[in-house]
Ligand binder design. Structure first.
Ligand SMILES: [Zn+2]
Length: 473
């Protein structure tokens, strides 16, 4: 079965062929860790998690490397630390741990690696010096700038000519730039901002621009040319265009990645998301607060809602959609109650076929409907198919199988830890029952800081809320 994916670079669907089938490599632009992840930021996480699962199915879990970076140098992080009188490290550490527990609740597997910008400053500096030495970048007034005019084919990914970009983009015109489109690789730090010794003989300390981190980290961990690069459609220009320019010019290659995948925009209740419209919803609020519909939502329902549209189409995220997803998950859970499966189970061919058609999730969900119908009419084989499909797609009610196994493991390894965690979980459930979200958040974050991830779900027998936990180290 061929995996066919739409390649933004060529604008056609192509059969996926890895450069090396025992070393399949995918890079996805990850979060800037300054605040809770918005529901729109969860869409690429779920989309590329599905692709990761599919690649592991075809090539084997040990032969697929998925890198998703953590941007921990950014103006928004500095601003938040300043406002809250916390250190930048505190802001990035707590935000990264919130991100991990939120995405775990959506059953997204952890990527193989999560390189951080601050841990790759020397790699970025080496790449910047390489670009200057090769004549693609220049030093001006404490900045290093990439000279876009030197890059043949700049604009190919987003399909824009240089003239269109100048006309359409809000480019920063600065006196030290040779051309308005030239972009920053390195810049001086303002007082109070993080800074590092600069490359290229610049005397003052400074910090990297945003684009260079992905080129440096992808090059270091995945190689000069790798298989798949993913992200949201809004990253196509300028971020991905600039990544390609930096990587190809530094390495002397024609391509950075063979396949470029982009997920479409997400709207909330039919409107563009904006803080001023009040429809800015974080994953954390869905899971832990009563902001949407006056109640919390199970992670599996949020995940199914994010899968309800094809990934390249715009997705309208609505309360009605969440309600429908929750009903479906509950119906499926009843049918597969007590059936043994795991996320490593062999997925039914109907589901694999659907995902091979450019990650056609609506078709995969339709296959689950078909299994459920057959299961209701007494087809035992369909019950197993439904369970395996739900496990493979990360739609098991709170992925109970894996969590149970890992919880049992951690508890046997350290019974004292188990007693303490269970106690805190009980306190947290009490706080939630009293709608004390601050206290419930505090307990969750306290445990997250120790690498303990909580998952909320309904007990399939009693229908009561219960929380399981696992140790992620
Ligand atoms: Zn990136």
């Amino acid at each position: 079965m061929d995996l066919v994916i739409y390649n933004t670079l060529t604008r056609v669907k192509e059969a996926f062929t890895p450069i090396d089938p025992v070393n399949v490599r995918m890079y996805v632009c990850g979060p800037t860790v300054y605040d809770y992840a918005h529901i729109g930021n969860a869409r690429p996480v779920v989309v590329f998690d599905l692709l990761f699962r599919l690649l592991r199915h075809f090539y084997g879990a040990d032969y697929v490397t998925y890198a998703r970076n953590i941007t921990d140098v950014d103006d928004k992080i500095n601003a938040r630390a300043e406002v809250e009188k916390r250190t930048i490290r505190e802001v990035t550490e707590t935000t990264a741990s919130q991100y991990h527990s939120d995405m775990a609740a959506l059953s997204a597997l952890l990527p193989t690696m999560e390189p951080r910008a601050t841990e790759h400053i020397n790699d970025m500096k080496a790449m910047i010096e390489n670009l200057v030495a090769k004549g693609f970048a220049y030093v001006a007034e404490g900045h290093v700038l990439f000279e876009v005019g030197k890059m043949p084919g700049y604009g190919k990914l987003s399909g824009r000519s240089l003239e269109d970009m100048v006309a359409g983009a809000r480019v920063e015109v600065a006196p030290y730039k040779r051309d308005a489109m030239d972009f920053v690789l390195w810049k001086p730090s303002k007082p109070g901002e993080p800074s590092w010794p600069s490359p290229c003989g610049i005397v003052e300390d400074g910090r990297p621009g945003w684009h260079i981190e992905c080129s440096a980290m992808a090059g270091k961990h995945l190689g000069e040319v790798f298989d798949i690069h993913g992200g949201g459609i809004d990253l196509t220009f300028p971020h991905h265009e600039n990544e390609i320019a930096q990587s190809c010019c530094a390495h002397g290659t024609q391509k950075m990645a063979n396949y470029w995948l982009h997920n479409g925009f997400l709207q909330v209740e039919g409107e563009k998301v904006s803080k001023s419209l009040g429809n800015f919803i974080t994953v954390h609020e869905l899971l832990e607060s009563d902001k949407v519909g006056g109640r919390t939502w199970p992670g599996a329902a949020v995940r199914l809602t994010l899968m309800s549209a094809h990934y390249r189409q715009p997705l309208d995220f609505t309360q009605k959609g969440l309600e429908e997803s929750e009903k479906l998950i509950e119906r499926w859970a009843k049918l597969i109650d007590g059936v043994e499966t795991s996320s490593d189970a062999e997925p039914p061919v109907e589901v694999v076929e659907a995902l091979c058609e450019d990650l056609n999730t609506p078709r995969a969900i339709a296959a689950l409907h078909g299994f459920a119908r057959a299961a209701r009419s007494g087809d035992i084989g369909a019950v197993q198919k439904l369970a395996d499909a739900a496990a493979f797609l990360g739609l098991m009610p709170e992925s109970w199988q894996d969590v149970e196994a890992q919880t049992a493991e951690a508890a046997t390894a350290d019974p004292e830890l188990a007693v303490r965690v269970e106690g805190l979980i009980a306190d947290r459930l009490a706080a939630r029952a009293a709608k004390n979200w601050t206290e419930s958040d505090r307990i969750r974050d306290e445990l997250a800081a120790e690498g303990i991830v909580l998952k909320d779900g309904k007990n399939p027998e009693t229908g009561e809320m219960e929380t399981t936990w696992e140790l992620k180290r």
